[in-house]
Design a protein around this ligand. Structure first.
Ligand code: AMP
Length: 278
């Protein structure tokens, strides 16, 4: 009987210890659990190349600083810029933070001029990086998405140079301009016309995201050999067509950003910049 009670006490002790370690795991954060799992994320299926429309991105600019592309006055971007190259899965999900490979600006020093121009940040504050860090927008994109593009893209330099090459090869702004879709604060364009212009040029269907009626992002998709393919448009069984499943209305705009005209970047107020939420 005494030994039975001893077994019961031991079992209760084990239960208490197991509960305590579970609570501790929760307390140190799910991130560690994710970190342990990162090695197990399966290889991606295709690339999603995300572009941003500066006129829409910059409309939300509340503060300026040298790192904010919206604040370059007459040098502010007027064409689609790069958000990132994202390895995605066919089921609509994606891997993230796949390798502990910390962003190092020195590795891409020869690309910096092009990146400043075509892959600008539209914020003043820093962006979250993997493993509880914060850093440049480029660091976020490399650590969160770039590290998952293995084995097609194997290192930081290749990630940024490959993305720039795609950007130059598939010039969405030029295709839209040639089809008559010019930046304007008064015109509205049929979404179907914009989609068709891209389909005709690249033989694949893009995905568009809007903020109200303004085009915010345009995504091109590629097989792993970088041949264009259709993007995945989430369609519900009731709404099985492009337009009702898009976040854009039937008529959309490509707004022009009107900067304040002053030297925006030097009009920055440092303490606001440090604390601006992303
Ligand atoms: P992603 O994980 O690649 O979808 O990036 C999303 C994160 O990047 C969010 O924190 C956004 O606020 C931020 N972000 C998106 N576009 C930009 C941009 N052009 N400049 C700076 N941060 C951005």
């Amino acid at each position: 009987m005494a030994s039975f009670s001893l077994i019961l006490i031991r079992l209760s002790l084990v239960a208490v210890l197991l509960t305590a370690s579970f609570c501790q795991l929760k307390a140190i954060g799910i991130r560690e659990a994710v970190d342990d799992a990162v090695g197990e994320q399966r290889e991606f299926d295709y690339f999603n190349f995300a572009l941003q429309w500066p006129g829409t991105q910059c409309k939300n600019t509340r503060h300026c600083c040298p790192s904010n592309g919206c604040c370059r006055g007459s040098n502010a971007p007027t064409e689609f810029t790069i958000h990132g190259l994202w390895p995605d899965y066919n089921d609509g999900t994606w891997p993230s933070c796949c390798k502990k490979s910390k962003f190092d600006e020195k590795e891409i020093s020869t690309l910096l001029d092009a990146l400043e121009q075509y892959w600008p940040s539209y914020r003043c504050g820093s962006t979250s990086t993997c493993y509880s860090g914060e850093g440049l927008f480029w660091a976020h994109e490399w650590e969160k998405h770039g590290t998952c593009s293995f084995p097609v893209v194997r290192d930081e330099y290749s990630y940024f140079s490959t993305t720039l090459n795609l950007y130059f090869k598939y010039n969405v702004t030029r295709v839209l301009n040639e089809a008559g879709y010019l930046p304007s604060n008064t015109e509205k364009y049929p979404l179907g016309g914009i989609v068709s212009a891209i389909q005709n040029a690249f033989h694949a269907t893009p995905k568009l995201d809007c903020s109200k009626d303004a085009v915010n992002e345009l995504h091109l998709c590629f097989y792993k050999d970088f041949k264009p393919r259709d993007c995945i448009i989430e369609r519900s069984p009731e709404n099985d067509n492009y337009f009702s499943s898009s976040s854009c209305p039937k008529y959309v705009s490509l707004p022009v950003y009107m900067s304040s005209g002053v030297d925006d970047a030097t009009a920055a107020i440092p303490w606001i910049l440090e604390n601006e939420p992303l």
